[in-house]
Design a protein around this ligand. Sequence first.
Ligand SMILES: Nc1nc2c(ncn2[C@@H]2O[C@H](COP(=O)(O)OP(=O)(O)OP(=O)(O)O)[C@@H](O)[C@H]2O)c(=O)[nH]1
Ligand SMILES: [Mg+2]
Length: 410
Amino acid sequence: MAREEPPGAPSAFLVGADVGQDHPDPQLLELTELAVSAGLRPAGHSFSRRRPIDPALYLGSGKVAQIREQVLEAQAGCVLFDASLSPVQQRNLEREFGVSVWDRTALILEIFARRARSGEGKLQVELARLRHAATRLVRGWTHLERQQGGIGLRGGPGEKQIELDRRMLEDKIKQLQLRLRKLQRQRSTQRRSRRRGSQLQVSIVGYTNAGKSTLFNALTHARAYAADQLFATLDTTTRRLWLGEGLTAVLSDTVGFIRDLPHSLVEAFKATLDEAVEADLLLHVVDASNPQAEQQIEQVQQVLREIGAEQVPQILIYNKIDMLDGPVPPTRRQVAGRVRASIASFDVSALSGLGLDALRERLGELARDRLLSADVESEARAEVPAEVGASDGSTEAGATAGQVDSVHPV
Ligand SMILES: Nc1nc2c(ncn2[C@@H]2O[C@H](COP(=O)(O)OP(=O)(O)OP(=O)(O)O)[C@@H](O)[C@H]2O)c(=O)[nH]1
Ligand SMILES: [Mg+2]
């Protein structure tokens, strides 16, 4: 995918290795996109086989020496690894290369930090960064302890400082959590008041850059920020979706997923991702033109499992079909067949509008079902004696059952 690199951007040398992962990316296409999204200019790459991973350098020392030459020759200002590095590996590699070394997690955190716009988004990214820093401090600490000979030699010079840093980080993390919790309470009150209605709640999910915001805009005639870059959207945008005959749904566009999404980010963005957990229906947007589409579907499923949204019914949207020469390759459909919550699939081009009418029609049917089931519920509630119906728990449970009933997984 051709990307505009920022003029005068610092250059980065990209490194990856086949370490036995399910889907190695020898061209480092995704890392290239991540680099560009972080404002860096890729200047050469190296991909090799490495099993097992070296605990000190991630790669073998011969390979590291070879990369050092390439980094020098390319005059790269930093080296990016398509992996998670331990603090020790990072430190050693920085020493070897003489420039800063970033792993995938650091890179993704950097992109999120650049993209965060809303107060809540910024707080979430800050929290993720601090949590990440804290895990590295703690791990660095155990490493230091080991170096100093363990028990008996505790209390070396570095330890006090690290302990202080750690406490400072923990305090900061606590403060941020408090501020976030306040914001999140407001958000969940808003969501609950939306839920009280009989409208279908739909969340758009999918791999980053799949075309979620473009679909959101096409369906709602809104102007959410869509761009050919990873993690263009960080904040949740919610709009009413008109489906004809007085039917409406509530549609949310949200943050994209990616392979190995750093855990600290998933944790920090839990509130944003709750939008997906509490939806009646997910529109799972797939970039059908991407050679990695199958893996991306699986990755999205994994994040959905992680946030507890794997049971929410899904419609798979094969997007960007305008970029395909023929029909969607059958292998991509087979992967989707394994998505148990899937209730339907549509081939569309969010950009040209192809296939969107059929999708709208189906959403209209689901919104009508939802409305009907909500009517049945409210009638049922009206028949229940006041003291039983008044309990919050029973009303909520009834509502949930009704919503899921109206959108069956098949
Ligand atoms: N050719 C083609 N391009 C599309 C289509 N849908 C989206 N795009 C392009 O794909 C790129 C990413 O689109 P977005 O809508 O920003 O993707 P997203 O999933 O919201 O991405 P993030 O918010 O970054 O996770 C943009 O350059 C869009 O113009 C489509 O149907 N066809
Ligand atoms: Mg987006």
